[in-house]
Write a protein that binds this ligand. Sequence first.
Ligand SMILES: Nc1ncnc2c1ncn2[C@@H]1O[C@H](COP(=O)(O)OP(=O)(O)OP(=O)(O)O)[C@@H](O)[C@H]1O
Ligand SMILES: [Mg+2]
Length: 240
Amino acid sequence: MIEIKNVSKSYVKNKKSVDSLNLEIKNGEIFGFLGPNGAGKTTTIRMITGILDPDEGYILIDGHSIKEEPLEAKKNFGFVPDNPDMFLKLKGIEYLNFLAEVYKVPVEERQNRIEELTKKFEIYDDLNSYIESYSHGMRQKIVICGALLSNPKNWILDEPMTGLDPKASFDLKEMMREHTKKGNTVFFSTHVLDVAEKLCDRVGIINKGKLVFVGTLEEMKEKFKEQGSLEELFLEITEE
Ligand SMILES: Nc1ncnc2c1ncn2[C@@H]1O[C@H](COP(=O)(O)OP(=O)(O)OP(=O)(O)O)[C@@H](O)[C@H]1O
Ligand SMILES: [Mg+2]
């Protein structure tokens, strides 16, 4: 469960990139975070994950404040950032073993978990190559494998489908469904409205830092009294 309470963030004076945001992502829920470029999605995700401090408000992960109890909070989520270009000088296997170490995945589980995840995403045979030799999609896949290695209850994913081939994208969506069926939480941002429509229990739409809608797609259609597609609704909600 992720609770975002009255959170604001400015990078520059007099311009709030996130403005008084309140959101609650419940256990068992896939929540899609939508909004145009520059709306504040990544800024929100960076605050949830403790990379950025909010100017105001607070964030709890399974009841633990990311600011006051960062270690407890961080044990409870796996994070896929919007850019997978990191640890390029490590081999895939070194990266995953490093994360297993950081997240204290028991040694006897590591091998199985790494094998299971990397075979699923078809990068098992590449684990002895350096990440800098990976394609964009392969980097995305290894970052996802790393984030899920410790089997965290909350998944926080910033545009996770970007660069994934259709099979990997399909598999990830299935994994999100399975994960939330067990009572866990998935929070992800996306520009792919089709994915949001088919996958999410609820969506939030942010525009210029402000949450302009939160609820199910049925509620969105009801609220805006439109029979149109999600794309048309999205454009209407986020237009100037
Ligand atoms: N490091 C930074 N310094 C200054 N301004 C920033 C910085 N990062 C983001 N911003 C500004 O904050 C606002 C929100 O950006 P953010 O990256 O959160 O958007 P986003 O919704 O993730 O967009 P996208 O869909 O393009 O990924 C934008 O106006 C952006 O210019
Ligand atoms: Mg972003």
